[in-house]
Design a protein around this ligand. Structure first.
Ligand code: APR
Length: 323
């Protein structure tokens, strides 16, 4: 199907019509990136949300289609699948506490992808992220370049936001990378953090920011999701995860070849094999087209190794639960 702007519209499937799925559907419809299918296990939920969303299209002259269903076989023919199905954490829970429930959900979804959408580019958002995306790959049999997890863009965005507040400088001027697992052990890379090209270390020398402030920001970034859960109590973050997943989807569908920190399947890069961990990758029309191996400082390398270990421990749990 062609859009009114003459572009061929691809099919984008969103599995999960909860908080993140809803923001995804809304934002995607405004970006004219494709026809949207939203699936949720709760009968009527995706249908109702999509009917409401479709009724907003005449107001803003939007020419895409959106369909809701509880039938996962409808993902057939998808170019992209974004998975947000699963439970979110409550105050006091870590992402890792979600593992058993969300793994059983990933089993159903992974099998459906294998059957109906084996050539799609799959972006997983469900937590615990790196272990869920690893499990999805095992179950779906997707190639390593066609499945990835959303975490690093979100963690980097949190880090950028906090730095921007502290420095009183536009978020647009702040570049950074947060690598490793999407958990308390994530690794904000100070060596790769700069403000309009000025390395953060120079800003310390220039007395624009103190090292202790940066340390506090690193720790607030690591707990960024938990801080929001503690405030909202009954749900976890949804605006920023949805925007971050859309950046990955756009880079794939529009072949933008952006360098983005994503949870990618490592095959020896960074000395890690058969695990999904957050690293910078290039996303283009072939999915994850390249994994960029950065030189890490000895401190960052130590933190990265610790983070990989915690992902590896979770994957071991998944392996046990999957047999
Ligand atoms: N198939 C489809 N949908 C499912 C399935 C399934 N097998 N199992 C659960 N769901 C749906 C739920 O019915 C719910 O509507 O997934 C949706 C999840 O929505 P929310 O509870 O609002 O969770 P959300 O905030 O969107 O987060 C989803 O992303 O960031 C992570 O930690 C977060 O794991 C959580 C996931």
């Amino acid at each position: 199907m062609k859009s009114s702007r003459g572009r061929d519209l691809k099919k984008i499937s969103l599995i999960g019509a909860g908080n993140i799925g809803t923001i995804l559907a809304y934002n995607l419809s405004r970006k004219h990136l494709g026809n949207i299918l939203m699936v949720d296990i709760i009968e009527g939920l995706a249908e109702g949300k999509c009917l409401d969303l479709a009724q907003s299209f005449p107001v803003e002259n939007i020419n895409t289609t959106v369909e809701g269903s509880s039938d996962i076989s409808k993902i057939e023919g998808s170019s992209v699948v974004i998975i947000t199905a699963g439970i979110a954490r409550k105050p006091g829970m870590s992402r890792d506490d979600l593992i058993e429930t969300n793994l059983s959900i990933m089993k159903n979804i992974g099998n459906a992808i294998k059957k109906y959408a084996s050539s799609a580019f799959v972006i997983c958002v469900t937590n615990p992220l790196d272990a869920m995306v690893w499990s999805l790959k095992q179950i779906s049999g997707l190639k390593s370049n066609m499945i990835t997890g959303m975490a690093g863009i979100l963690d980097s965005a949190r880090f950028r936001f906090f730095l921007s507040q502290k420095l009183n400088i536009s978020v647009e001027n702040i570049q950074t990378l947060v690598l490793g697992g999407h958990g308390d052990t994530m690794v904000p890379l100070l060596d790769y953090t700069s403000v309009s090209g000025i390395p953060i270390k120079n800003l310390i020398d220039m007395k624009k920011i103190e090292k202790k402030d940066i340390d506090q920001i690193v720790s607030r970034t690591r707990n960024g999701g938990g801080e929001i859960v503690a405030l909202m109590k009954n749900s976890s973050a949804f605006f920023s995860p949805a925007c971050s997943a859309i950046e990955m989807l756009e880079s794939y569908l529009l072949d933008q070849k952006k360098i983005l920190p994503c949870s990618a399947c490592l095959n020896g890069e960074y000395g890690v094999k058969d695990l999904f961990v957050g690293v910078p990758v290039i996303i283009g029309k072939n999915g994850v087209e390249e994994i960029i191996e950065l030189k890490l400082s000895s401190e960052s390398q130590k933190q990265f190794t610790k983070s990989v270990q915690s992902v590896s421990d979770l994957v071991k749990k998944c392996k046990k639960l999957l047999v």
